[in-house]
Design a protein around this ligand. Structure first.
Ligand code: NAP
Length: 337
């Protein structure tokens, strides 16, 4: 069944946006994108492509009508207000892609949408500052609630799948597909993600139905072992994890998250990848099998263009996250058994 309608996507040429535009087109929507025209400008010649800058000139949005606006590129509340001023009342419904990083306290698992949000310690900075990502996204949510009576706020966990520019999920897919022992996080640590294609399909549905409310968006949390073993099984290699103790990691300078992506050893962050997804599940978020996400991510990473890799490296050490292959092998050999 197609849902149709006119959609404006703020973004649409990178990762989640690419999957969202594809999903909207599949469902028969008339799509307009709004970007600066820098990222993948060759994409989607079949849609109306408007250009401007959310930090400056959004005059391209002062004409046109859209049933649903999908906002994937807001990182500062001023961007929301600028967009709202330009759009006036020429949209029925606004869908903001926020983040699970908005929560004030993720020390414990099971954080749901009613939990308190992070707040800035000082004044709102004039422009986006990466270390204030969570509180600024929380202010974006507040601005959307103030300016758009009909709206949905979606807070994704780690987004996974083809075209991921961060390589946080991809790094594990690549590494655990290679034979030999590998350094891993503790196998019982919880991990969660959302496949970008599942998220995109769901966003289309939420917009079509004008579903009100706020939703975490993630798969059910699983122990890290499930993620890593599934990857090894998919690749047909033995699963040989090597878990370093806290002391060994400290001595070797192996960092949680940067070197072991998706794993947080900081006790105040341990619930980040184990949030409550009851509401999203009830509202129709469907997770494809992990094996499919793994297979498609691996197929994409093996063929991705040089613009999607770390420019200074060649495969398989061109990942933007995780230990290099050489360092992983060296550490795994030293601490195995
Ligand atoms: N990646 C994750 O794991 C993750 C997790 C949770 C939440 N999220 C959220 O998911 C959303 C989508 O992330 P993404 O990585 O797919 O894309 P993104 O980097 O947030 O957005 C990129 C898109 O927005 C456009 N854009 C960027 N700055 C702009 C500006 N100043 N004015 C107009 N257009 C601008 C880009 O095109 P141009 O460069 O051509 O302008 C591109 O199409 C974000 O809101 C992010 O916070 C991501």
């Amino acid at each position: 069944m197609t849902t149709g309608g006119r959609a404006l996507v703020l973004g649409g040429t990178k990762f989640l946006g690419v999957h969202l535009v594809e999903a909207l087109l599949r469902e028969g929507w008339d799509v307009t994108t709004f970007t600066r025209g820098r990222t993948n400008p060759h994409l989607f010649p079949q849609v109306t492509r408007l250009h401007g800058d959310r930090d400056d000139d959004v005059s391209a949005l002062t004409a046109g009508e859209w049933d649903v606006v999908y906002d994937l590129s807001a990182y500062h509340p001023a961007q929301i207000h600028r967009t709202a001023d330009a759009l006036q009342d020429r949209t029925d419904h606004y869908v903001l892609v926020s983040t699970i990083s908005v929560y004030a306290d993720v020390a414990e698992p099971g954080v749901d949408e009613d939990a308190p949000l992070a707040a800035l310690d000082g004044p709102v900075p004039e422009t986006f500052e990466p270390e204030l990502y969570g509180p600024l996204k929380a202010l974006c949510e507040q601005a959307v609630a103030e300016r758009f009576a009909s709206h949905t706020i979606v807070r994704p966990s780690i987004i996974a799948g083809p075209h991921d520019p961060t390589d946080r999920f991809t790094a594990w897919v690549v590494r655990m597909s290679e034979p030999g022992p590998h350094v891993t996080p503790p196998l019982d640590a919880p991990v969660q993600w959302v496949d970008a294609r599942d998220l995109a399909d769901w966003l289309v549905r939420l917009g079509a139905d004008r579903t009100p409310g706020t939703f975490n968006a993630a798969t059910p949390a699983v122990p890290f072992e499930v993620l890593l073993r599934t990857i090894a099984d998919e690749a047909g290699v033995a699963f040989e994890p090597v878990v370093l103790s806290d002391e060994q990691r400290a001595a070797e300078g192996v960092r949680a998250w940067a070197d072991l992506p998706l794993w947080l050893d900081d006790p105040t962050m341990r619930g980040l990848l184990d949030v409550d997804i009851t509401r999203a599940t009830a509202a129709g978020l469907h997770a494809r099998p992990l094996s499919e996400t793994v297979r498609d991510t691996l197929a994409w990473v093996r063929t991705r263009g040089s613009d999607e890799r770390r420019p200074d490296e060649q495969p398989p050490d061109d990942l933007r996250a995780g230990l290099t292959r050489t360092r992983d092998a060296e550490l795994a050999a030293r601490y195995d058994g």
